[in-house]
Design a protein around this ligand. Sequence first.
Ligand SMILES: *Cc1c(COP(=O)(O)O)cnc(C)c1O
Length: 336
Amino acid sequence: MPADSTFGSEFAPFIATSRATGGVFDDPVVEPVGPLPLHPASHSLHYASSCFEGLKAHKGIDGTTRIFRLDRHAERLRSSARMVRLPVPDVDLLTSMVVDTVAANLDAVPAPPSSLYLRPVLLGTERNIGAAASPSRDALLFVLASPVGAYFAGGERALSLAVETELPRSTPQLGRAKTGANYLMALGPTLDRQEQWGVDQVLFCPAGIVGETGAANFLLMDQTRIVTPALDGTFLDGVTRDSILTLARDLGLEVEERELDVDQLRAWAARPDAEAALSGTAAILAGVGTLVIDGEAVPVGTGEVGPTTTRLRAALQRVHRAEDEDRHGWMTRVGA
Ligand SMILES: *Cc1c(COP(=O)(O)O)cnc(C)c1O
């Protein structure tokens, strides 16, 4: 899907790491990126005790680098850590590791619309393959950085989504965790639908209730309103989702967070001014032009990327670049 196929495969030179022993994290170090020593019996390699975050540092039009909504991402990693029963790093540790990673890699922060993508990861490292039914009290926390281009560098195409009404994307106990296990649950059905229907992604709507795709939140809109599923614990509380809803309110749009079923989705799509979009840190806000429901391709409005989608994405990008005032205190400056 990304026009820039190198997304995530190039790395900035420095990484911050901290190890927890018996639940206590040691002082972090910043060092050159390279292979990490990991014992083959590490808990996460066998029992999937891991979670991660994805956030970005942006270079502003004034040349200063700023991290977007660091506090929210740090809180979410802590909440994911609790759900996968790993030692929970404190906010100060997480915050300083992310800031130190950006500071060490300042020369690798590209000019907008590119940015420095940051990937904090927490892995269970207790050496015990018999610990299937107990949590890992040892952990490795690191923050990897990757300079990334604009997701749609080659010009923008509206995405198509297969609407999946049976298979779930996650399980009740992990719906709100950002963990690899959820990605694995979404992978098989997504590959199957891509092969079968040529779609970009799958919108998981178990029992007919709209949730999200494998890695992004789902929103409907028109020129005066946004409708998106209310946070119900089955899907991730996206920071981009929250930011788009906040900017939409600032711009005078009506915001409705509620339960949404597939019949309502179909009815919304049939309106000529209907829009749909996916939100996430990587793509920001990506227009959806087609829903494939029971094998039938249903265009959303005109089938193109809509004006409200474009307008909201531009508004968020102006905040990223410090072109607009940071009204909500979202940006953390790094360096001078
Ligand atoms: C990371 C992620 C998102 C997007 O969250 P943001 O905070 O907006 O980047 C949405 N859904 C899932 C399942 C995710 O893992």
